[in-house]
Ligand binder design. Structure first.
Ligand SMILES: N[C@@H](CCC(=O)N[C@@H](CS)C(=O)NCC(=O)O)C(=O)O
Length: 225
């Protein structure tokens, strides 16, 4: 049996965004059943968890007889390779799908994260105002480049949904939540089409169902000093 770790609860802005949705999504796509292990912040900090995920983050994928895996990119690729799904059969197109999978995580997401850090995690309003223009500029540049690359295609590579679409559409959820994707209508249209997939919708519904049953107290956040 496969088990995926996820949080018991996160603040509203992060609900539907936590990266375990990527693992739930890929498992739903290939039809592999899984269970979920919900964590609080004490679980996250425990030695046992750090032995599986050195940074104490979610998700981890645990599976009987295999070492636990972390990093959503690695997990999504591993599931695709083992299931023989979500990668183009044509070897040349497969290479392109891998390029987009890594580009989503390496060349796009870091810039979007910078903006998310400014918007959600920077408390000081002056600092926020100072950092926002550069963060926005960089995010817009990557989104514009990505929009140009996507064009009007239904899928990024070939004629079928691949791990490239899963990861690119997932990474775009952040700017979508911030209203930034509206400036990139073709990218928005591409993402809307990808996020119609039942496997994605179920992943988000299941993640949010756990949040609805818990609250901040369940996370056992350390007291601030
Ligand atoms: N690169 C990692 C990032 C994982 C990550 O950032 N997880 C977040 C939730 S989306 C987390 O656990 N944050 C809590 C923390 O860093 O303490 C991946 O793709 O798996």
């Amino acid at each position: 049996m496969i088990t995926v770790t996820a949080f018991k609860w996160v603040p509203p802005f992060a609900q539907g965004q936590v990266r375990d949705h990527r693992v739930r999504w890929v498992l739903n796509e290939v039809g592999w059943p899984y269970e979920v292990r919900l964590l609080d912040s004490e679980d996250q900090r425990s030695e046992a968890y750090r032995a599986m995920q050195p940074f104490g983050q979610v998700p981890v994928l645990e599976e009987d007889g295999r070492p636990p895996m972390f990093e959503t990119g690695a997990i999504v690729l591993d599931v695709a390779l083992r299931s023989g799904k979500l990668l183009p059969a044509d070897e040349r197109l497969r290479g392109l799908a891998l390029s987009y999978l890594f580009a989503a995580l390496n060349s796009v997401e870091p810039f979007l994260m910078q903006l998310a850090i400014v918007e959600y995690f920077t408390k000081d309003e002056e600092e926020k105002a100072r950092r926002r223009p550069d963060a926005l500029k960089m995010a817009r540049q990557r989104l514009g480049d990505l929009e140009h690359a996507v064009g009007d295609r239904r899928f990024l590579v070939g004629e079928e949904f691949t791990v490239a679409d899963l990861m690119v559409a997932s990474v775009l959820k952040g700017p979508q939540a911030m209203g930034l994707l509206e400036e990139f209508p073709r990218l928005q249209a591409y993402q809307d089409r990808i996020l119609e997939r039942p496997a994605y919708r179920k992943a988000i519904a299941d993640q949010c169902a756990a949040f609805a049953m818990h609250g901040p107290a369940d996370m056992k956040y350390p007291a601030r000093t």
